[in-house]
Design a protein around this ligand. Sequence first.
Ligand code: NAD
Length: 539
Amino acid sequence: MRRTARSWQTEAALRMLRNNLDPEVAERPAELVVYGGTGKAARDWPSYHAIERCLTTLADDETLLVQSGRPVGVLTTHEWAPRVLLANSNLVGDWANWPEFRRLEALGLTMYGQMTAGSWIYIGTQGILQGTYETFAAVARKRFGGTLAGTLTLTAGLGGMGGAQPLAVTMNGGAALIVECDPDRARRRLRGGYLDELAPELDTAIERVRAAKVAREAVSVGVIGNAAEVLPALLRRDVEADIVTDQTSAHDPLAYLPIGVAVEDWHDYAEAEPDEFTDRARDSMAHHVDAMLGYLDRGAEVFDYGNSLRGEAKLGGCERAFDYPGFVPAYIRPMFCEGKGPFRWVALSADPADIAVTDRAALELFGEDESLARWIRLAGERVPFQGLPARICWLGYGQRHVAGLRFNELVASGELKAPIVIGRDHLDAGSVASPYRETEGMADGSDAIADWPLLNALVNTASGASWVSIHHGGGVGMGRSVHAGQVCVADGTALAARKLDRVLRNDPATGVLRHADAGYSRAVEVAGEHGLRLPMREQ
Ligand code: NAD
């Protein structure tokens, strides 16, 4: 594939934008929708084409500004500055709600950027697969002796992110039953190898997973239905689930199918009557969560998987919705204290052999970490690539820059055929404020303080990232999160090495600092081990 932009820094942005909309990657590419309800890569097609034109001609001392998916300017900066700066879906506090957002969106003034849709570093279902694998591994360690063998996980949603759940459970040795209302979505996961079986109806599904649990078989079974109806039915029928969670698009009430609405009528109805639809969706979510609470009362491990289901169900009248925890305080925060989060990279050559080379390099560097090594090996065998070949693994402060510099060397030496793009999810240690998810239940009560992601974006801009983004509302919806992203490009040059060294230290460092400031002793320890300065603890 020949380079069409003037440098690899801008070619990378161009290829990643296109990759976000690759039909193998995006949920609805014709509408520019990448994942997560309506998370888009560009505001509209004229904006998309204008971004392509700008990236193709952008010089090494120029920076493109993107406002909610629309290119609005090209300014002269310098070679250490990001080539693209993006701000997506941001609204002033009192206006930050879905109705106002939809009104502005209908006027063509904004778009929903989710986390990695509008910031051009989505890599398909593998991204969430790794996070989901880590989460279920943590559940296994906490409750089931380190493996999910002999357990049944009950969940819903087989969309862009939720589609990772069945494979993440089976990679941890467990059985899973997943409810999905849209047959097309379920079939897509079956074809892609993420889901093992699709049951023709509920009775067959129940029989199959009950048998699998007894036999300690790792198998995932999908069933078509509305989670708000199926979960209460499973509870009534005493189906013994050990772990219960959910990944329907509950963060956006218009993306959650209410009881009694046919899939075919969904989008027309939501568009025509958004208020009525929202009320019905929230009412259904209250039923859905009531059933999850029923499982909690029976002793199951129940957690919210970061989709705002509890918040919406509470608005729908479910008073006890927050009786079960979010997954971050339950399982992920100890990793955030070490600056650990979803580090990912993409081979711009489009050649899977390049990812195999980086997999080997990652194993050489971090192979002593057992769960990481297991993941890299299993991912190599079982994870199909979507679009450009990519890999993800959770790395912390002190590890990410080592990986980045190694990849840059492999590009320079020609062992890799083309540069590597290195980025991460916005769901990371220091880059997000989201009181229902990443910052739920912070030790010092600072859940809603949104200065941290903004500082993170400024730090990455100051450190030499190739593109930096500030978003609002990703994951959990309008009014509920502020988050930032960075991507850098290992193009094999000495300049790239210097930038990678700074960005891949400073970006996770903000996670360590954020958690140390909140009083987490592990974060203070990590800062001490690595010589990260904490001014308020200095004499
Ligand atoms: P998506 O829109 O691609 O998929 C959602 C799926 O839910 C769709 O297939 C839809 O048909 C199904 N669905 C909707 N209502 C249903 C109902 N009543 N019963 C059964 N199925 C129903 O969204 P996604 O990208 O898969 O994300 C799912 C949710 O997870 C979003 O809210 C997203 O913000 C959240 N999320 C969480 C994390 C995390 O780290 N835990 C990460 C990313 C996204």
